[in-house]
Design a protein. Structure first.
Length: 318
């Protein structure tokens, strides 16, 4: 599809204005190719099949825009009764270079739903407004709005608003880490406290450092050229005392070395009395997302972190 779009653009006569438009289009197309290349074709399906015993409540709105929707995966037959402990919630934010992606893609939810919903968790996967319509700062606001809406409604699905674990991959990992870093502000704005966050392979924990080094052009689209703006969107610079614990999974295969950023972020958080840990994995960027939930040492290490956050979470993971 991207090839056909670009060919259609270059077929017209190259006036100066047209050449400028083509340069901009080429940049966008190249960016989308970089992002899409991380996702095998079979993983880009719009919707993951549901395992037996799982119900999906699709496209729950949390705002007026069509992109402000979330899917809720619950154990079939879940009720809002109070006789049993309410379900912990995994709150998932997809990636895609802050520009593409979808909450229902197989690699975003399939193995996570397969593993954790039958264990008595609820998984909520969200969409949010993206580039070019919504800058990254607005994307983080959408993630916070979705979280607050989910916390307010989750008891009707049998969930516990006090037992949320945030999770995101790639651009979603950055957004989750940024929101987690500014948790005290989110609480002042009406969010309920959450247990912690799992960031799946972000290379922009420190946005200014990433922007001053050689980087993908998609980062220019996301963060612009203003160093003050970089710091405002940087989990490293926005981390606040009182932020919940953070686990950063990072690929050891990536040329841009996300584990270096994760290590620096962990040291920064610990030096200020917070809790952060790094989980390096010999997996590709997309595999870190797709394979979480499969039976593996990797999944078990993430579950050890999750279980350390709350006794009821640990009990359900046994």
């Amino acid at each position: 599809m991207l090839v056909s779009v670009f060919r259609g653009l270059v077929s017209a006569s190259p006036s100066p204005l047209r050449r400028a438009s083509l340069r901009q289009a080429a940049s966008v197309v190249a960016t989308l190719w970089v992002v899409a290349a991380a996702w095998p074709a079979h993983a880009q399906q719009r919707s993951a099949p549901l395992p037996a015993g799982v119900q999906r409540i699709a496209d729950v709105p949390y705002g007026p825009d069509p992109a402000q929707r979330m899917d809720v995966y619950v154990p079939a037959g879940t009720t809002a009764g109070v006789s049993a402990p309410r379900a912990p919630v995994i709150f998932m934010v997809h990636g895609g270079g802050w520009r593409i992606g979808d909450k229902a893609m197989g690699r975003v939810v399939q193995e996570k739903v397969n593993r954790w919903v039958p264990k008595g968790f609820i998984l909520i996967s969200i969409n949010y407004r993206m580039l070019p319509d919504a800058p990254v700062a607005q994307q983080e606001r959408d993630v916070q709005a979705a979280l607050m809406a989910a916390q307010q409604r989750v008891s009707t699905w049998g969930g516990d608003p006090n037992r949320f674990i945030l999770m995101g991959h790639s651009a979603g990992a950055h957004l989750v880490a940024l929101l987690n870093a500014r948790a005290p502000q989110a609480l002042r704005e009406g969010a309920w406290p959450w247990l912690g966050a799992v960031s799946l392979d972000s290379a922009v924990m420190n946005v200014p450092a990433a922007m001053r080094a050689r980087h993908l052009r998609l980062y220019d689209d996301a963060f612009g050229s203003d160093p003050a703006h970089w710091a405002a969107l940087s989990p490293y610079h926005q981390w606040t005392v009182g932020a919940p614990p953070l686990q950063m999974v990072c690929s050891t295969r990536r040329a841009d070395q996300p584990c270096t950023q994760a290590d620096a972020m962990a040291r920064h958080v610990r030096n200020q009395g917070g809790r952060a840990e790094v989980l390096p994995q010999d997996l590709a960027h997309g595999e870190i997302n797709a394979q979480l939930g499969l039976e593996s040492d990797y999944t078990q290490a993430v579950e050890v972190f999750m279980g350390s956050l709350d006794a009821e979470v640990a009990r359900r993971l046994q």
